[in-house]
Design a protein around this ligand. Sequence first.
Ligand SMILES: [Mn+2]
Length: 235
Amino acid sequence: MKPFIGITCHNDLDYLHMLNNAYIQSILDAGGTPVLLPLGEETDTGSVADRLDGLLLSGGFDVDPHFYGEEPHKDLGEISPGRDTYELSLLQAFLQMDKPVLGICRGHQVLNVAQGGTLYQDIYDQIDGPVQQHAQRARREHLSHKVSVAEGSRLADIFGTDTIQVNSFHHQGVKSPGDSLEVTGTADDGVIEAIESKDHTFVIGVQWHPENTACAGDIHSKKLFSAFVGACGKS
Ligand SMILES: [Mn+2]
């Protein structure tokens, strides 16, 4: 049986769920069965986690800074509070069961906040020193900047190299990593691009969007989805 992989959706206007097809296609291509999860704060997230083999937290709006103890910065973007609550609850359930989790962009940030970490609400305003462009003005499958992958990390094992090229569509980033999370990918300007849990079998967050580049044939992105779906098949 192919593993059932829950994918969270963006909920923009209270009546519409949205998910870029690239997430679905990347899971299908890697041999999984995608299960789209509707936002519902009253959902029994423990039962959802129990029935699924893995969780993909998709991209979207900024995380409400109240979840990491901050007031809104002037450059905070749009937020989706109901989605924050739902995803944080869902994620805790998966982490407790040690089922595989892949957080992408916003999902990488949600993972960090769930573990008690903090975010830069705006990397351009809040990081000292020069910050490179992280909101690329090119097609989604274009690989715009470098990420150095930490030696000995799970990502280094998955990619088989210590440097990859990624796309970039973010203005926030991980500031302090949460409990049990290690930084395993960084851009040249120091922006944290990947985190992994030391205490779980397969819990990874990436700041970029590998679903777009996997669908365009990028080998490292395809390896990441294969490793994730493979781990879900064993959970
Ligand atoms: Mn970036």
